[in-house]
Design a protein around this ligand. Structure first.
Ligand code: SF4
Length: 148
């Protein structure tokens, strides 16, 4: 069974700064045909490079419940792109019957357990990113690159 992985971990230059966060173990999974890579921010329609985005002092679950929003560093509301991206990622997971994901830690889309707090100061808070929260809610197990 394939595993879903954050595309930036597989070496795809899809991060806000146009770079990747290559993890050799993840790239190997992709090369061996054992992984499907996704970038929820790009799938939600955001361009690369782009301004970084963070959830404003809340969690991905709060965003999904319409209790919080995601903003880019210039204050533009990018919530819809984050929610759209999460929905497309889940559809891809279902298409491939995927039950497990390895996502990039700390991201507003992909993070698990800890995410940036919305102050764009590098400070972390408890919580999951929007896509991570959506996958968990739909029964998909999520770990991060720190767990492999
Ligand atoms: S949304 Fe996820 S996959 Fe895309 S660049 Fe950010 S952490 Fe990587």
């Amino acid at each position: 069974m394939k595993v879903l992985v954050s595309a930036c971990l597989a070496g795809i230059n899809c991060r806000y700064d146009g770079k990747s966060k290559l993890n050799k173990k993840i790239k190997k999974l992709l090369e061996e045909g054992k992984a499907v890579c996704v970038c929820p921010e790009e799938l939600g329609g955001l361009s690369t490079p782009r301004l970084p985005s963070e959830i404003k002092n809340a969690t991905g679950e709060d965003v999904l419940d319409s209790k919080a929003k995601v903003y880019n560093k210039e204050g533009a509301d990018v919530t819809k792109s984050f929610i759209d991206g999460a929905k497309i990622v889940l559809a891809i997971a279902k298409k491939y019957k995927i039950k497990k994901a390895i996502l990039k830690a700390e991201s507003a889309a992909c993070g698990l357990g800890q995410i940036y707090d919305g102050s764009f100061s590098g400070k972390l808070r408890e919580g999951n990113g929007v896509t991570c929260a959506y996958l968990l809610k739909n029964g998909i197990k999520v770990i991060t690159e720190k767990d492999i």
